[in-house]
Design a binder for this molecule. Structure first.
Ligand SMILES: NC(=O)c1ccc[n+]([C@@H]2O[C@H](COP(=O)([O-])OP(=O)(O)OC[C@H]3O[C@@H](n4cnc5c(N)ncnc54)[C@H](OP(=O)(O)O)[C@@H]3O)[C@@H](O)[C@H]2O)c1
Length: 298
């Protein structure tokens, strides 16, 4: 198939491009800057420089493609997420670029849109499992861009087209956020939010890349994509082991956690997310877990 990937130079996009090329697809990777071109080409795709905020530019770029995969994001790392304006770019990408991409894809005659989303939109659910049917906790204005993005995907899925929204677990692997967490763990600095008995659903980048390939086989809908959920206390131990530290990763004190605000509150939620729907529909399964030795170098 001819497949266009937006955010192709990013953590998720590079994995998606590589996995799609390995699966035999003809892939176009989109970047806004010339220096993104060798990154895309290095993963085996054709690079196109285009403006993801322009539906017209996206229509031109997507013509002749069967599928568009949107992996755009700009997530701030660690406590920099608390700085004023830290989420401005991420919000703009979801509220505006994702909408332009969905519209451009429809106008270009693309049949299928695969849209990255996140499990962090679910409410904390203690030790109870979370399936796709649980209503999202998105009433706060801060989540409006993610809601607009989902609406754009749903609007795309009319007139015989299909849209697959992947609610990805917390990414881990060789990326800025995890590298930051491993560094803090080595130094003995606090890095984790939530409670040790709360659940976390993780997704290794390589498995995320394979999930975008598997999503080609999925019908329209929302799908959770993550590994076997573990407690945050277990994750603290796994981070410690991978970091080569003497102790597990440290949780922020409750008093600090109470002050993190709406955006980081998501990371305090207990999210025991089931990916059974995606696994049974596509045959995808997570191959790399947080207890797989060397996961931060894969
Ligand atoms: N579910 C999750 O847990 C989750 C989801 C996403 C990210 N993250 C984490 O967040 C950290 C940062 O990753 P990321 O994916 O957000 O960032 P990223 O990998 O740096 O960005 C993704 C791509 O989006 C494009 N982009 C970013 N800002 C843009 C803008 N203002 N205008 C147009 N294009 C823009 C860039 O492409 P060009 O510059 O080539 O145009 C970039 O390569 C990583 O550690 C990652 O693992 C976690």
């Amino acid at each position: 198939m001819r497949i266009a990937v937006t955010g192709a130079t990013g953590v998720l996009g590079q994995e998606a491009v590589q996995a799609l090329v390995a699966d035999g697809h003809d892939v176009t990777g989109i970047t806004r800057r010339d220096r993104g071109v060798p990154i895309v080409e290095g993963r085996g795709a054709t690079a196109v420089v285009a403006d993801v905020f322009s539906a017209d530019d996206m229509t031109r770029t997507f013509r002749g493609h069967d599928v568009v995969i949107n992996t755009l994001a700009h997530v701030p790392v660690g406590m920099s997420a608390l700085r004023p304006g830290a989420w401005r770019e991420d919000d703009k990408l979801h509220a505006e670029a994702s909408v332009a991409i969905a519209k451009g894809a429809a106008a270009a005659g693309v049949n299928k849109l695969i849209q990255e989303s996140t499990v962090f939109l679910y409410p904390g659910n203690g030790s109870e499992w979370i399936s796709e049917d649980l209503p999202l906790a998105v009433r706060n204005q801060a989540f409006r861009p993610r809601v607009q993005e989902m609406r754009a995907a749903v609007d795309f899925a009319t007139g015989g087209r299909s849209a697959v929204v992947l609610r990805l677990g917390q990414l881990f692997g060789r990326d800025p956020a995890t590298t930051h967490a491993l560094r803090a763990t080595r130094a003995g600095d606090p890095i984790l939010l939530g409670k040790p008995e709360g659940y976390i659903t993780l997704l290794h980048h390589k498995d995320a890349g394979r999930a975008f390939v598997a999503a080609l086989r999925a019908g329209s809908g929302f799908y959770n994509v993550g590994g076997e959920p573990i407690t945050r206390g277990r994750w603290a131990k796994d981070l410690g082991t991978e970091a080569g530290a003497k102790k597990p990763a440290v949780f922020y004190p409750e008093i600090t956690q109470a002050l993190v605000g709406t955006r980081l509150e998501l990371q305090r939620r207990s999210l025991r997310v089931s990916s059974v729907r995606f696994m049974s529909e596509t045959g995808w399964w997570p191959r790399i877990g947080p207890s797989t030795p060397g996961w931060s170098r894969m």
